[in-house]
Design a protein around this ligand. Structure first.
Ligand code: NAD
Length: 503
């Protein structure tokens, strides 16, 4: 059934967004705000509180979450997952409405927004398995009459800071697992795209969670710092750029927290001459230009091995005909980048590539998109001939730009890949099992694709970034999430009765 509460949100457009604390929508203590802007039209969609005053909001949310934890931690796990089943149903019933919001505030196409929500729902489904996943180990008779076992207990109040590029999915890498494990949760969504989670929390309001179990606090850096420093927050889950991930990891750890911080990327895709070229080119173009290149698993460096020109030509043709515009138009294949500053940054990086010696094979800078002249658009762009010892070939662009690199062997490709600072994803396109096996074994990246362009782990697997793409130990999603959101307790137990002493 469609949720009428989501319609109420239309009324709050252009108003300052409220926080959700202790099951109430409450005004922020901060007066200053920043605009939420539709990146295709530049329409101001809402205003988000932003400033030092949000630290008081964090205090209020932590107080509610800490109080809720006292009883939520002891609710049987079978009962703790029941609200998640309801949430899954509500998300499915309202998926179209939420997908439109993702497109409006984030810019991606409607198809991409729908796909993102599907990935969110899959995480809820896996987290519904927490009663099994949280089970632990038991050893009978470690010595006569003595048993030993391990139990997993929740941590307490957990904080989460998410980026702009998947407003509907990324919070679900953490939230369902955290609460199913008995923790309480405070989410700070990206201030650029807060409306999607406003809608999700309108649904969370209806799933019979006790007050304070889930909370939403808006803001930017100041809010993040307050979360990182708060002594009652036990764990932080972060996703964003590498510099901020490193900062969050160090500052959170300095205040004694458990931290998982997923960072940026510069993803290489290698294509061998024995690959199915038609299929590979389509997949590579979707990886490079899907979500306007704003995926942490977007193809960035396309490494052709011994290409006679066919692959390059096919990539060029495919990129040239990709349609760009406002994502609510279902015929559009690529939306804008998130902000004016992002567009300028991406264009500056293309210029930098040129100054380093690259040729712009396809130039997507400053396109004219009829009806959306003010939008943050860049069309698909291809650079060729970037020097391998230059900076751009190692810099995350986060826009619809692919760099073509020609190498002679798979070994050369592996050497190039492994010398980079990121390790989010590496992909190989080939029909050779031996090359595929070598690549998946030797490539230093946490997510590997073989004839796959966006190797995004399903919810039952961890999202395994390496190197500067991840700071921490346990990743988001899957069993890793269960481990991250619980602490182990080992019990050694003796019952000194006559029978126990015998065995
Ligand atoms: P970002 O680092 O700018 O912001 C992420 C979050 O951090 C936001 O909520 C923001 O409010 C907060 N933040 C920003 N600056 C801060 C500061 N100085 N101190 C404390 N908090 C701060 O990232 P973004 O632009 O929103 O997202 C894009 C980045 O996220 C890309 O680098 C992309 O690769 C990365 N990303 C990584 C993954 C992954 O799984 N590894 C997934 C998605 C996105």
């Amino acid at each position: 059934m469609l949720c009428p509460a989501l319609n109420d949100l239309k009324k709050i457009k252009m108003e300052v967004l409220n926080n959700y604390i202790n099951s109430n929508w409450v005004k922020s203590r901060e007066e200053n705000t920043t605009d939420v802007i539709n990146p295709a039209t530049q329409e101001v969609l809402a205003k988000v509180p932003r400033g030092k005053g949000t630290a008081a909001d964090v205090d209020q949310a932590v107080a509610a979450a800490a109080e809720a934890f006292k009883s939520w931690a002891h609710v049987p796990v079978m009962k703790r997952v029941q609200p998640l089943y309801k949430l899954k149903q509500l998300l499915e019933d309202n998926a179209e409405d939420i997908a439109r919001t993702i497109t409006e505030e984030c810019g991606k196409t409607l198809g991409e927004s729908r796909g993102e929500l599907q990935r969110a729902i899959e995480n809820i489904e896996v987290a519904c398995g927490t009663p099994m996943l949280i089970q632990s180990e038991f050893s009978e008779n470690i010595s006569s009459g003595i048993d030993e076992f391990m139990i997993r207990q929740p941590l307490g109040v957990c904080g989460c800071v998410s980026p702009f590029n998947f407003p509907g999915m990324i919070p679900f890498w953490f939230l369902p697992y955290a609460i199913a494990c008995g923790n309480t949760f405070i989410l700070k969504p990206s201030e650029k795209v807060p409306l999607t989670m406003m809608k999700v929390f309108r649904l969370l309001e209806q799933v019979d969670l006790p007050a304070g179990v889930v909370n939403l606090v808006h803001g930017g850096k100041e809010t993040v710092d307050a979360l990182l420093d708060h002594p009652q927050i036990k764990a932080i889950s972060f996703v964003g750029s590498s510099n901020i991930a490193r900062y969050v990891y160090s500052r959170g750890a300095a205040s004694g927290k458990r931290v998982q911080a997923q960072g940026g990327a510069k993803n290489p895709l290698v294509i061998l001459p024995d690959a199915d070229i038609e299929m590979s080119v389509k997949i590579i173009a979707d990886s490079a230009y899907g979500c306007a290149g704003q995926r942490c698993l977007a193809a960035s460096n396309i490494i052709t091995v011994a290409d006679d020109g066919n692959i390059k030509d096919a990539l060029y043709e495919s990129a040239k005909k990709r349609t760009t515009g406002f994502g609510l138009d279902e015929s559009i294949e690529m939306g804008p980048v998130i902000t004016k500053e992002s567009r300028e940054r991406v264009e500056d990086l293309i210029n930098k590539g040129v100054s380093e010696g690259a040729k712009v094979l396809l130039d997507g800078r400053k396109p004219a998109i009829s009806g959306f002249e003010k939008g943050n658009f860049i069309r698909p762009t291809i650079l060729e001939g970037l020097p391998l010892d230059g900076e751009l070939v190692r810099t995350e662009i986060f826009g619809p730009v692919m760099s073509l690199i020609q190498l002679k062997t798979v070994d050369e490709a592996l050497e190039f890949i492994n010398s980079g600072k990121y390790g989010n994803m590496a992909c190989l396109f080939t029909s050779s099992g031996a090359n595929a096996r070598k690549f998946r074994n030797l490539a230093n990246a946490g997510n590997i694709g073989i004839n796959i362009g966006v190797a995004a782990p399903m919810a039952q697997f961890p999202f395994s970034g390496w190197k500067e793409s991840f700071f921490g130990d346990l990743h988001g999603q899957s069993r890793h999430a269960i481990e991250f959101f619980t602490q182990t307790k080992v019990v050694i137990e003796r019952w000194p009765k006559e029978w126990s002493r015998k065995f």
